[in-house]
Design a protein around this ligand. Sequence first.
Ligand code: HEC
Ligand code: HEC
Length: 283
Amino acid sequence: MSCSSCHLPEFSFTDGKAKSLGVDGLLGKRSSMSLLDIAFSYKGLFWDGRAKNMEEQALMPVIDPVELHETWPNVVEKFKKHNDYPVLFRKAFGIKSKDEITEKLATKAIAQFERLIISSGNSKYDRFLRGEVLLDDDELDGFDMFFNNTFNLPDAQCGHCHNAPLFTTNDYFNNGLTAAATLNDFVDKGRGVVTGIALDNGKFRVPTLRNIALTAPYMHNGSILTLEDVVDHYSRGGHPSINKDPLITQVVLTSRQKQQLIKFLHTLTDTAAIRNPAIQNPF
Ligand code: HEC
Ligand code: HEC
């Protein structure tokens, strides 16, 4: 297995599964995340933000028992004995001998690669903003509801948390995904485990919606299968819990309006970003 076993370019660097399977066939507890634009995630990585930056993050899957289940000394030995890597490390970091290969250099290389996984700026939405294409009437109504641009249509509230240009504030919220009677009843306590603050239990980082049409199933636990179901979830106002965000309330949308919102989400598809030749599998 490699990082790309769970982060595939065609799924905008997710794996298309509700929860990821690790090297020993064990099921992880969360859904793989898109790596698009993570270079701009400045408030922590992972659904709960437990990794400070990409270099620190890249250390973790390697030693995670339900992911790659390896040790770093072992991995570094494999690099040293590999046909290609010693030369590549020398070129990248100017080291004199393969004995200078370290986990630190490996994670620097991975993070630098991840900085290439960025939006092309050529999704239909981006071209619309630059005046190069028009959105059709449905997409336009979806856009207006998403960002609450007009009094003529309901405010779907989305843009407050998934705001432009990244379609995330990178903050942590409880979007009503799971019901919980008390703050201790969330199946996955998420952000609360990292901060130690009970009110953060059940909160997760807002993910980008760029390329969202490519990354089903949705949410940290992969529990929502389609964008139709996502929009239904929000329009019902989610499930009850004490710290559910006040923006997650019932929004009355007709079935036409729900479809319009989804059509707008499809304008965020950016195939140029994931087809960038620089980020394809070199092997
Ligand atoms: C077994 C599947 C699997 C493998 C292998 C894997 N990942 Fe992940 N990745 C995940 C899952 C699941 C998450 C979310 C985990 C969480 O939030 O607790 C994730 C999250 C991430 C994130 C956070 C993205 C964000 O927006 O916060 C990054 C970055 C990442 N992985 C990079 C890597 C790298 C680099 C490797 C290889 C060293 C790797 N992954 C290997 C499944 C995997
Ligand atoms: C209060 C902030 C907030 C609002 C408002 C909000 N979201 Fe979210 N959204 C989140 C959070 C937080 C998550 C991650 C929740 C989780 O996985 O537990 C999320 C997840 C999602 C996902 C799944 C992303 C993925 O990668 O799995 C989609 C799709 C989504 N939201 C779309 C929308 C739409 C459409 C609207 C408007 C109808 C909306 N959101 C309104 C905070 C919000």
